[in-house]
Structure formats: structure tokens, C-alpha cells
Design a protein around this ligand. Sequence first.
Ligand code: FAD
Length: 488
Amino acid sequence: MMSYPERTVVTGAGLAGFRTVEELRRRGYSGRITLIGAEERPPYDRPPLSKKVLTAGVDPSLHADFTSLDVDFRPAETALAVQASEPSEPSEPSEPSASAAPAPAPAGSELITNRDKYPFDHLVLATGALPVALPGPGPQRFLRTYDDALALRALLRPGLRLAIVGAGWIGAELATAAAAAGCLVTVVEAGPAPLAAALGAAIGARTAAWYEQAGVELRTGTAVQSVEPGGLALAGGWLPADEVVTAIGVRPAVAWLAGSGVALDNGVAVDPGLRASLPGVYAAGDCAAFVSLRFGARLRVEHWETALHAPEVVAANILGGAEVYDPVPYFWSEQFGRMVQYAGHHTPADRLIWRGDPAGATWSACWLAGTRMTAALTVNRPRDLLQARRLIAAGTDVDPARLADPAIPLRAQATALALAGAGQPRYLTRISSGGRYLAYFHGGTPVRRGARGLGRAGWPDQPDQLRRGRALAVLVPLGGQAQDLLPV
Ligand code: FAD
């Protein structure tokens, strides 16, 4: 039975936690909300930490106004356990579905922190992720919190011997800032290439030259045995360093949930509606491993955009909705003067197609499963990224030969298919749960839009818009390419 007024407790005051409270209020939630965060600071954004906080000292604060949000914010408080009132065996989250009935927590359920106990009807787990440390007695720094970034900013100076362990996204961004500040930067990477774990060695190898061009020494295939005072003990060597930053990845911050009855699977295991295995419990952001209907896999996505949007689904479902979270994941990184963007989700089995010369200033790469695009990476080609994301969202078949030609816009892939339909609407995709169809027409005017039985004619702009049925019409002149996007 729900208490009155209802009580929602959100634990973790990062982007996902803050967005959850924001979305609850925006959607008219009138219950009590408590936000518990381990850090002393109010919520802030993390992407600037490895970018403009280091280089320009910008303030990443999210400027939360908890008074007008009517939220009881508890900083510097750590959640220790979830106590379900009727101890239950952990069960698997429900089968992927858009319509599981929302259920509040049983009366008496509580979140236990280092300071207090908080009864809840709904609990949102948004505890994010924590950096992985290396063994050894030497001092090692991380770049996860605002305080980490401020401390590093104060250290960066010409001549500082900085060893960065890990040539992943954050290692590359830190190396960029440190090299620009005149540090002597060495990046040590156990894998065969930068970003090999995230993107595969073939792609990562194409970024190795960026380090050299920036004056950064990159040592791949080099395992660190331990961090020692004064440097790094390497397998077969020693790297002296004034400062060591470990950037070898993060783990979901869910160890505190062990034994709480919340099922874990590389994070909090949640269904497509972001519901955990206990009634009334949800998870969002870096700590949530959700079932993606689109990719047919459980995904845990450590991307800013996921922390931004997943809370919309959590809030809607707390309010009795039946929404699913099924994005085309998106990530960006700014490294060595380049904008690197990635959309989708690929597996090692997917086929890699290069688009443009990876030695050049701008290029892209796409991954295909059969003839369907699963992911794309772009370097200084934002338009490719936008169009690839639409193709991935629509599940459109693509022609690998045309895809490899950087002179042919990616959106022309869909156009070619539409024109092949000789005047007939061509179904590009079916929106996963809403059962709506999108159709593509040519002939210069959207005469068939809204034709009976078809739903709206249109071209996917953003999956969110589509889910709400707000598609856009697209005009395709005969023999031409999609050019005008008009609101239907
Ligand atoms: P977090 O931001 O980790 O917030 C979780 C909060 O919960 C933390 O404040 C933590 O202290 C708190 N917490 C943990 N355990 C407990 C507990 N038991 N009790 C109470 N509170 C707890 N993504 C991109 O897409 N593009 C980028 O360019 C990019 N750059 C990044 C740069 C850096 C330096 C970092 C660190 C991340 C970057 N990301 C980027 C990733 C993105 O910032 C994260 O995906 C996002 O911050 C996740 O938000 P979150 O709220 O889920 O988790």
C-alpha cells in the first residue's frame, strides 16, 4: 500500500539522480522526494571535468534549485543497504515489456544510510560508477569527481612528468589537456591500441598518431604491475613519474546493494522500463544495466546522454506509466583537437566499414550486422553521426559499397531505398512498442502522409519524438535526395 503523501527516495546525486527529481516534478509528482548523495557538492556535470574544467576552470555545476523543486537534498550521506519489509528472494527483473504494471514497494521498505533510515514507496538507484584502482603503495589519482579535476588542474604545469595509465576516453582527454599545459605526458596502455576495449584495436590504432602529434608518448601493450612512490613498475621496466593518474575504467557503484535483494548483473539489473527486481525500485545512469529491446542485449551505458534521458522513463513509470528506455546510445569525446562521436552498440562480430581516410582530418567508421547499421564512429564529421544515428534508429538496410563512399551522404542510403520503391511508400521501420510505421514517399509533396493504415508518413528525427508520435514529413523529389524536413 502506498503511503500518503508518497515517498520517493533517490540515491546518488549525479546527473541521473538529479534528472530523476527534476523529471518527477516536471511531470507533476506531488509526493515527497529525498535525494541522497555521497559527495559534499550539489549535482554537477562530469564531461567538462576532463575538458574545460582542466583547461579553463569552468564551473560544471548543474545549478540545482532544491527549494523550488521541493526536494530534501542530503549531501555527504552514503547509502549502505536497501531493506525490503518482507524479505524476499531476489527475482529476475520481469521479461522485457513495455507494460509491466507499476508497483510501489511494500510498506516498511527502507533505504539505510550512514546517517538515517528512509522509508520509501519508490526508490531510484543512481549511484553511478567508481574508478578502478591499480595495485601498489604509490600515490595514484583519478579523474571522476569535480575535486579530482580541481586537484589535477592545480598540478598541471610545464615539465611535470605525468603518467596516465589507460588510453581510453578519459586518458586521452586528460593527455590532451596536460600536453597543452606543457606537461611531459606518457600514456601507458595494456591493450594493443588506444580505445581498443571500447572500439576495437583497428579503430583505436588510427588514433595513436594523435598522441604523437600532441607530443604525448604512448606506450601500448605495456602492463602496469604496480604504482610505486616515484613512478610505475611496468612488466619489464620502470617509468618515473611525478604524478600518476589511473584511468583504466570504472565499475558500477553497486557493491553496497549486495544482500539487499536487488538483482545485480554488471550493475543493477533492470527491465526495459528500468525497474529492478524489487517492487518500487528503479535504476538509471551508469549503475543501471537495462534490457535493450533494440539491440536484444542487456546494456550498461556509461554515457552522459543516458544519465540525462533514462530518468524521464523512471519518472514516467513511477507516475504509473509504461514507458521503455530503448535509445540508440550516444557518446562524444573531445581529444587532441578532434570531436569524436559514437552512436549505437556494436559487437566484435559486426562488420567494420571505413568511410574516408582514417589518416585524414575527418573520417567515419560504421559497423553492420548483415545490412543493418549497428553503430557508427565519426571524427570531425558530426553530420555523419546525426544521419547514422537515424539509420540505426530506423533499422534501415544499407548498401555497404555506398556507405564506404564519404562523398555520399549517409541519409542517401535511405533515399535510395525509398526511390527504389517507385512511388510506393516504403516501410523503413516499425517503432518497437508503439506499433507505428514510418513511410517514405517521393514525388515532391507529402501527399500520402497520414494515409489510412500507415500512421504518419515521416522520417525519424529523434526516437523520442517518434515514440510520442510526432514524426516529421520528408519530401523527396524524383531522382533526388531527402531535402526538406517539415513538421507534420
Ligand atoms: P555519476 O555521475 O557517477 O553520479 C553518481 C553519484 O552517486 C556520485 O556523485 C556518487 O558519489 C554517488 N554515490 C555513489 N555511491 C553512493 C551511495 N552508496 N550513496 C549515495 N551516493 C552515492 N560521457 C559522455 O557521453 N561524453 C563525455 O565527454 C564524457 N566525459 C566524461 C568525463 C569524465 C571525467 C567522466 C568522469 C565522465 C564522462 N562521461 C562522459 C560520462 C558521464 O559523465 C557519465 O555517464 C555520467 O556522469 C553518469 O551519471 P550518473 O548520475 O549515472 O553517475
